[in-house]
Design a protein around this ligand. Sequence first.
Ligand code: SF4
Ligand code: SF4
Length: 395
Amino acid sequence: MEHIDRRKFLSLSALAGAGTMMSAEALASYRKKEKKKEEPEITAIPRRKLGKTGIELPVLSMGVMRADNPAVVRAAYNAGLLHFDTAHNYQRGANESMLGEFFKDKPRDSFIISTKGKANLRSENFEAEYEELFNTSLSRLQMDYVDIFYTHAVDRGSELSDPRLIKTLTKFKESGKARHLGFSTHANKPEQIDEAIKAGIYEVCLLSYNFKLGILPELDAAIQRGVDAGMGFVAMKTMVGGVEDAEGKRVVNGAACLRWVWQNPNITTAIPGFTSFELLDNCLEAAHKPELGEADKGYLAGLQQNEMLYCQNCEKCVAACQKHLPIPAIMRAYMYNYGYRQPALSQATLHELALSGEVCKDCKSCTVACPSGFKVADKIAAITPIINVPSHFLV
Ligand code: SF4
Ligand code: SF4
């Protein structure tokens, strides 16, 4: 594939964002007309099958989580993206509502929607509550069904085979409200994939997948087992927190990160969370030229030793912590605030953990040594004060 000039993509999403409705084909034809003789041909975004679901997706999809501007969704849709990923709890429901407004007058077969709901299996009233949660999501989305419903942020593999969860998810599918079922995980444990294969109802797995992963060989082997069993895999956290450094000051080269992910043919699509036209263009540029080049490899190799913001979820810190704090989830909250600039999501993540504001105050010294080099106690001290900020001050 040939080089795509970045300026063309900037003008592309500006055009799409201005509200002009164009199909991918119409856009290609528009761009052909505009193309000067010496400019290269624009190649289509490759598509891959999503397991045995029968869905085929462009390798680039949109993680809508952080987007609150429907113009960016419109630009992505008009640029030919098909798959839009949200969740019940993103932006306290406003994210699903925004998508509902945007898609309400679009042909239902012109997009693929996935949403997620966290299963509170500790509740005695779980089945009714989970059904209510899902119905609320459908109502916000103004849709009769979603294409994929994920049980959200699974922590332990054993959750996936919980009989109440299986019964409720099966009911969602049999009612036609969820075309396909899946699970999402930040924990990235290969055994979760094996548990999902055993449970037999999960068709899609949404998991963190990026060049910083410490357990790549084991994870790739588990993904292959999942693919062999007919599951499809969607990648998130592809940009390792969106920044190159632990302080969140330098934006990462998202195109290089995505190209690294697409090297694995078992990953159907990636859902980077672009919030701006510029980042969308960066992702589109990668999607139209998805092969990992030498410059990308050199760039990513240079980041291997950076602390960055992506916690591997290896859980080595939990046993070493004197209070057995849920450190991986706290590190995720840190990334949401300092990498994604989403303090409300960061606060919501900490509220789910029911932490107090000064969790480390009784320790004389921190006993945690993180293999990724995270200064865990410093990060906890930097993020936990957000717990007590009145939520109306946060976005
Ligand atoms: S903070 Fe470090 S040790 Fe703890 S889960 Fe994350 S990467 Fe592993
Ligand atoms: S300082 Fe915080 S992270 Fe470190 S051991 Fe104590 S409670 Fe755990």
